[in-house]
Design a protein. Structure first.
Length: 174
């Protein structure tokens, strides 16, 4: 996910400080990797440069001055355009696993083993995500479901490829 859209969206809801924006990001999107403060402030600087947000001024406090930011009209337009532009479906036409399968066949290696190892890894990840869902809040459950559905599709592909491996081996060796 592109950090600028998240920060711009948060500022579209209400003006905020860099620290608060980082906390919001981490709450909603930083489950596995929290956002660094340096990235927050460099992203805010780019958003200001591009005219999508503006600083409302600085306040003195116990530490460094705190700047409050708000979205501009151009920023609102940009975030709206981003929000309603459909994402390209993730299905890559040449995934890495397909390439590994072809290379294994070209090298005369054990493509069945390759697919079995990948299947085992997918199933382990599914178990991990299922455990995560058990104690998770709604956000966690929805994100885990998204990942699980993608893994299920990958597993269907692995099974289909394993069933057609003889045919694919003959094509590769021809």
């Amino acid at each position: 996910m592109d950090t600028r859209w998240a920060l711009l969206g948060f500022l579209g809801a209400e003006p905020g400080y860099g620290y608060d924006l980082k906390q919001s990001y981490d709450r909603w999107f930083g489950t596995r990797k929290p956002l660094g403060f340096g990235q927050v402030y460099s992203t805010l600087a780019r958003l200001i440069r591009d005219g999508l947000i503006e600083a409302l001024g600085a306040e003195a406090g116990g530490g460094p001055e705190r700047k409050r930011y708000q979205i501009t009209a151009d920023g609102r337009s940009a975030v709206s355009e981003w929000m309603f532009t459909p994402d390209f479906p993730a299905g890559a036409i040449q995934p890495n696993l397909f390439a590994k399968t072809i290379i294994a066949l070209l090298l005369g290696d054990d493509a069945e083993r390759l697919l079995d190892v990948q299947r085992a890894e997918h199933l382990a990840r599914m178990r991990e995500l299922t455990r995560t869902k058990q104690d998770g809040d709604l956000k966690t459950v929805l994100l885990a479901d998204h990942a699980l559905f993608h893994i299920e599709a990958d597993l269907r592909w692995i099974d289909l490829t394993a069933a057609r491996l003889g045919e694919l081996r003959a094509e590769v060796q021809a």
